[in-house]
Design a protein around this ligand. Sequence first.
Ligand code: ZN
Length: 59
Amino acid sequence: MTITAKCEECGADIAIPDDAIVGEIVQCKECSSEFEVSSIAKGKVELKPAEVAEEDWGE
Ligand SMILES: [Zn+2]
């Protein structure tokens, strides 16, 4: 079974492995945004934006 979560950037579905753990980094395949799993419960995952250290987004 695969859990899906919504990308906060582009609204695409992100597939979360059902053995994902809190703190795991997942990436949106549509816009390449990275998110950290902030909580995971039966069939439902919450994501928060991952801290990106390497890239400068210009702000
Ligand atoms: Zn996205």
